[in-house]
Design a protein around this ligand. Structure first.
Ligand code: HEM
Length: 426
């Protein structure tokens, strides 16, 4: 095969499949060869240029004019007509949300909606997150074995996301049902049958999000981000439009939930696989904030993101034509030895750990990063304090095949409840 510009594609580039086991299990390692030998390559299977070095990935994130985020949530697998029709039947009209919109619209909106994400506003959320994490642990602390993903690390970020957005209590359950389909819909390779099933779930999700938004409009006085956005609409109707609110109601749940849930599962898995690191955190909880950054660097939950070139340009010395799509792989960039010393070593004390690109960079950098960090820190604090002798059960880890959202679907752990510190020192 050849690139759209007519250059031959190497064998390894032609063989790359992000839906295979290697990339799913460890995307950073799966593309290490490219970072060293062919840092910007064309993938005929995806129809994307794949970018793997730290400096190149960061430069692309930094320049959102040359490299537009407009395709960030585009379906990476083109859909069959039947699935499109199903979506249409639900009135599905997902519009641009912050993450995939261009300037000059994006920045004014980001500014108007930022306040609930700032440090002072997040302080108010901390007690809630800790209480939920504790209650989750209370429910299984005496059991001796649990799937941490289903019982805690998936569940708590979902409820936190709903509360952060301001979803009324009675609607949290139904919305949970629907949000799952989104990852496959956006970054997966569903077959035609799955596409139709997923389209129904996404359509229902869209409808329900509209219904919840209507309710919030009736009383927009609460502390949620949606209530805040509805209030801002009154001041800036051109910036915060109706269509925008409906889209963010749905996209916000996905942005806040799965990213954080996967990051938490990746972190606990990584630490338990390196027992001495886990024990270090049990002994020195002050290391936890930096350990969270190192987990996000080494095994982040967003493995790759997307941009499209708005003009003829160049990345790492490779010419890129206007309209080319780029898969920028944070997982590989985060282990680039040109940026991180001894990059393959997992080290919770690494000073530069926070320079990872897992939250993106520049104008679109994740707005929820500090909420996510807070959740991850609290989870590790609670688990290392209450279950320091936790260990991984031997298991095969499963991942939902997709290019971008990455975390194990289950994480079975065990411990001896007789050794729980609270039994001896309640
Ligand atoms: C954007 C990752 C948690 C809300 C993004 C982007 C990434 C990302 C890669 C795109 C960045 C770019 O284009 O430069 C993550 C990860 C998370 C996480 C890895 C957890 C570990 C959250 C949470 C929320 C959130 C908890 C909300 C409460 C957003 C929003 C944007 C965004 C609103 C769009 C910002 C913009 O385009 O201006 N996130 N995210 N994220 N994220 Fe997150």
């Amino acid at each position: 095969p050849v690139t759209p510009q007519g250059c031959p594609v190497s064998d390894r580039a032609a063989a790359f499949t992000p839906f295979g086991d290697e990339y799913q299990h460890d995307p950073g390692a799966a593309l290490a060869w490219a970072r060293e030998q062919e840092p910007v390559f064309y993938s005929p299977e995806l129809g994307y240029w794949v970018v793997t070095r730290y400096e190149d990935v960061k430069a692309i994130f930094r320049d959102n004019i040359t490299f537009s985020p407009s395709i960030a949530l585009e379906k990476i697998t083109p859909t069959i007509t039947e699935a499109d029709e199903v979506l249409r039947s639900y009135g599905y009209a997902m519009n641009r949300t912050l993450v995939n919109e261009d300037e000059p619209e994006h920045m004014p909106r980001r500014r108007v909606l930022m306040e609930p994400f700032t440090a002072p506003a997040l302080v108010e959320r901390e007690d809630m997150v800790r209480r939920m994490a504790r209650e989750a642990v209370d429910a299984f602390v005496d059991d001796g074995e649990v799937d941490l993903v289903t019982e805690m690390l998936y569940q708590v970020p979902l409820t936190v996301a709903m509360r952060f957005l301001g979803v009324p209590e009675e609607d949290i359950g139904p919305l949970k049902e629907y949000s799952v389909a989104h990852t496959v819909n956006t970054w997966g390779r569903p077959n035609p049958e799955e596409q139709v099933r997923v389209a129904h779930a996404v359509g229902n999700f869209w409808r329900y999000a509209g219904h919840v938004l209507d309710k919030i409009r009736q009383d927009p006085s609460g502390p949620g981000w949606m209530q805040y956005s509805v209030r801002k609409q009154a001041e800036h109707p051109d910036v915060v439009t109706d269509s925008y609110l409906h889209s963010i109601m749905m996209a916000g749940i996905v942005a806040a939930h799965e990213t954080t849930a996967h990051a938490a599962a990746n972190a606990v898995k990584l630490l338990l696989e390196r027992r001495e690191r886990w024990e270090e955190l049990c002994a020195r909880p002050a290391l936890i904030p930096n350990a969270v950054e190192e987990c996000l660097r080494y095994s982040g939950s967003v493995a790759a993101w997307r941009r499209v070139a708005t003009t003829d340009t160049e990345v790492g010395g490779v010419s890129i034509a206007e309209g080319s799509k780029l898969l920028i792989v944070q997982a590989t960039a985060n282990r680039d030895p040109r940026h991180f010393e001894d990059a393959e070593r997992f080290d919770p004390r690494r000073e530069s750990a926070g320079e990872h690109l897992t939250f993106g960079y520049g104008a679109h950098q994740c707005m929820g990063k500090n909420l996510a960090r807070m959740e991850l820190q609290i989870f590790l604090q609670e688990l290392t304090t209450r279950l320091p002798h936790l260990e991984l059960v031997e298991q095969d880890f499963q991942y939902v095949p997709n290019t971008s959202f990455r975390g194990p679907e289950h994480l079975r752990v065990r411990w001896d409840p007789a050794r729980n510190p609270e039994r001896h020192d309640p």
